[in-house]
Ligand binder design. Structure first.
Ligand code: ADP
Ligand code: MG
Length: 307
């Protein structure tokens, strides 16, 4: 099962929400569709699920063009829309049966499927309630249950964990990881950490354009920029000139008292040299730490507004 997008452009009036976007997602991948608010994530997902048409380009689910095979591609796809619109006055079972009917699942099987989904998404403790009476976490489970009821092979989840508390986030993420073992999953998020914890692939979108596409490891390697940052604290005064004399130093910055932020080339490890410097001066190194660039920082660098 695959998702393929070729040269999709979407305009809202004059505004380009998507600008010539192309990518392919293969079976067994959990792909994070990552980008800041307004980047075009929901627009892409609405196109992939046939809710809105693109202005240009095509999208395929399992090599079927969604514009020409709408009924078939919707049957293959489960979709959790942004903000998870549900009917608050319906009971969980009633709603799921209604969704099952929309997919034309035969009555006897539909009942079985509803029970299976309630169990699978952890809805059992609240199964007798109306949707309107559920907490946000449980509503999200109902959203996932309706996306899964027809056993789709492709899952498209628009910000599945937004608005959940930390415990609910952990539970929903683990459910998605589990689903990803058998299905092709694309989920959108603006949280880098979410991508790190459940995805094996990331597509980063910014202002309607793809700015990065690849395995998570590839993004990890972007952290290496040839510059290393170290924060060191000495027990006593050390002069700027002493530090500047060390080989490979790019920039130094006095933080407070005897604390320095030092940037150096990654090719020369300056930590032993800093220790030796302290020894030579008859003082000690109180602390020394490497400041790693986080994936969050990499994401920011890729998506800062350049216009
Ligand atoms: P994301 O989901 O990444 O936050 P969206 O796809 O919702 O981004 O939106 C992309 C851009 O398109 C935004 O600038 C948004 O304001 C605009 N947009 C989205 N939906 C509409 C709409 N129905 N009419 C006009 N502009 C829209
Ligand atoms: Mg959105």
């Amino acid at each position: 099962m695959s998702i393929r997008v070729a040269g999709i452009t979407k305009l809202y009036g004059q505004q380009k929400a998507l600008d010539n976007v192309s990518f392919t997602i293969n079976t067994g991948e959990i792909t994070g569709f990552l980008g800041p608010n307004g980047a075009g994530k929901s627009t892409m997902m609405k196109i992939l699920t046939g809710f809105i048409p693109p202005n240009e380009g095509s999208a395929f689910i399992n090599d079927l063009d969604i514009l020409q095979n709408g009924i078939e591609t919707r049957r293959l796809t489960g979709y959790l829309p942004e903000n998870n619109p549900l009917y608050p006055d319906m009971y969980i079972r009633e709603y799921l049966l209604y969704v099952a009917r929309l997919y034309k699942i035969p009555a006897a099987l539909a009942k079985k499927k509803v029970e299976e989904m309630i169990e699978r998404t952890g809805l059992l403790p609240e199964h007798q309630k109306k949707i309107g009476a559920l907490s946000k976490g449980y509503r999200q489970r109902v959203g996932l249950a309706q996306a899964l009821i027809h056993d789709p092979e492709v899952l498209i989840l628009d910000e599945p964990t937004s608005g959940l508390d930390p415990n609910q986030i952990v539970e929903i993420r683990s459910l998605i990881s589990d689903l990803g073992k058998k299905k092709t999953v694309m989920l959108s998020t603006h949280i880098m950490q979410e991508v790190e914890s459940i995805c094996n692939r990331v597509i980063i979108i910014n202002e309607g354009r793809i700015v990065e596409d690849g395995a998570i490891d590839k993004l990890q390697s972007r952290k290496e920029t040839g510059v290393e940052t170290i924060i060191v604290e000495f027990s006593d005064k050390v002069s700027r000139t002493d530090i500047e004399a060390i080989q490979g130093i790019i920039k130094i910055h006095g933080l407070k008292d005897n604390q320095w932020l030092i940037q150096s080339q990654t090719t020369s490890d300056i930590r032993p040299v800093l220790f030796n410097l302290a020894v030579k001066k008859g003082i000690t190194v109180l602390s020394m730490q490497k400041k790693e660039k986080t994936l969050e920082e990499v994401f920011q660098e890729l998506t800062v507004n350049k216009s």
